[in-house]
Design a protein around this ligand. Structure first.
Ligand code: GCO
Length: 448
């Protein structure tokens, strides 16, 4: 048996996002978001599922927080639905939306759970998409206004902030691959969108500093770690492109004020490039306090001229997969953490990590042992990274509970707590009790 002891101030947590859990999409003045529209567009989401009810956490948050308390988490990462705060994105402020998040955040604090707030986890007000979304600089300014409202209302109460969740998904998954709202399939649009959110990030960080908010702010990229199939230069370059697409494309501008050449070349070959106005890169490049890393899987790639945008292909290495089909390789998390060191010795939080395991209820229990095994392997790598001296401050499991898995609807389950979508009854899974033990002990125990 090996015991991996964690630092005493390590922040164990869980994560969710507004559209995935809240429901109540038509209540208390909430405006429409691009996910409401996308979910109701035939053929976009499995089974036509939408977030109208989801986990109904808008009404059941007290019950959810009681479960968090039982789990023992120190911190809870959630996102705010912009259309609840400013229904059309840029106009009137909706007091009822603010009131909801005040009640919610107060309840977390009352239970000694640190709120960790994401400002944008994909529910863009539809009215802003209608004027061009992130391609239009009015959307950028509207985001800064929305974030200012949030900083003024919640500054000091919420100490940990993230501007954007998974810029790669917002830009490329949603606007080049077309799999998420708004569903565009245009490389130039996706690059414009990426540039728009980077600008919004930079301006929002400037606002945060200007207001002297008592707290810390950063951004949460998702990284799929990639390794080359062989030692050839071509395969190495293919792996480098794969990593840079997720990470460097967004983090180089934030930390260095430039886009990475390797991706500029790649996009240029496909006829696309960022449209940069004077001052943009300086605005984007603001000192931040932490990086949130979302990590799920890794890939082995090789060069394949003619193989799509990245001129590469992903090989099936026969690894165990989760029920959503993603290969399990915890070492990728460790490598990704080391990779991020090129941006300096900055605080890092794992803001998402978890497994889609669809085991259901049997006799009132969910025996999701494959999720436990996934978490155990990944948390061991977290420990290894801390031992190497990486400034890793916390780990947030995705997800607190089963929820709306975007284009997959409700069929894919990532939760530590099972949700019956008919009765909305919550049932903690085996993994919940396993994680509860890890948190209580502040160590991870392995059998070998
Ligand atoms: C994410 C997503 C989550 C997903 C999770 C599993 O940030 O990718 O934000 O919302 O549900 O990653 O796919």
């Amino acid at each position: 048996m090996t015991i991996f002891q964690f630092p005493s101030d390590f922040k164990w947590g869980t994560a969710t996002a507004s559209y995935q859990i809240e429901g109540a999409t038509k209540e208390d003045g909430r405006g429409i978001s691009i996910w409401d529209t996308f979910a109701k567009t035939p053929g976009k989401v499995f089974n036509g599922d939408n977030g109208d009810v989801a986990c109904d956490s808008y009404h059941r948050y007290e019950e959810d927080i009681a479960l968090m308390k039982e789990l023992g988490i120190k911190t809870y990462r959630f996102s705010v639905a912009w259309p609840r705060i400013i229904p059309d994105g840029d106009g009137e402020i909706n007091q009822k939306g603010l009131d909801f998040y005040h009640r919610f955040v107060d309840k977390l604090i009352e239970n000694d759970i640190e709120p960790f707030c994401t400002l944008y986890h994909w529910d863009l007000p539809q009215a802003l998409q209608d004027i061009g979304g992130w391609e239009n600089r009015r959307t950028v300014d509207a985001f800064v206004k929305y974030s200012e409202v949030m900083f003024r209302e919640f500054g000091g109460k919420i100490k940990y902030w993230l501007t954007f969740n998974e810029p790669w998904c917002i830009a490329f998954l949603s606007n080049f691959l077309g799999a998420h709202a708004p569903g565009n399939t245009d490389l130039q649009v996706s690059i414009n969108v990426g540039h728009g959110i980077l600008l919004a990030h930079g301006k929002s960080v400037q606002k945060f500093r200007e207001l002297g908010v008592d707290g810390k702010i950063g951004i949460a990229p998702n990284m799929e770690w990639s390794e080359p199939y062989s030692k050839t230069e071509a395969d190495q370059a293919a792996a480098d492109r794969n990593i840079a697409w997720f990470a460097d494309w967004f983090l180089d501008p934030v930390f260095k004020g430039t886009y990475p050449q390797i991706m500029l070349d790649c996009f240029e070959a496909a006829g696309a490039r960022p449209e940069i106005q004077p001052g943009d890169m300086e605005t984007i490049c603001q000192p931040i306090d932490h990086i949130g890393l979302n990590y799920y899987t890794m890939s082995v790639v090789r060069s394949n001229p003619g193989g799509g945008l990245l001129q590469s292909e992903t090989l099936d290495m026969g690894l165990v997969r989760t029920d959503i089909g993603w290969p399990v390789e915890s070492r990728g998390l460790y490598e990704a953490l080391h990779y991020l060191q090129k941006y300096g010795d900055i605080d890092i939080y794992i803001t998402e990590n978890g497994a889609c395991i669809n085991d259901g209820l049997e006799n009132g229990e969910v025996k999701d042992f494959r999720r436990i095994s996934y978490l155990q392997q990944h948390i061991a790598q977290v420990h290894r990274a801390i031992n190497d001296g990486i400034n890793l401050k916390g780990y947030m499991a995705w997800s607190m509970m089963d929820n709306y898995e975007w284009a997959e609807g409700y069929r894919m389950r990532f939760g530590l707590v099972h949700v019956d979508y008919r009765s909305l009854v919550r049932t903690p899974k085996e993994s919940f009790y396993w994680y509860q033990n890890v948190i209580r002990n502040n160590w991870l125990e392995t059998k070998d």
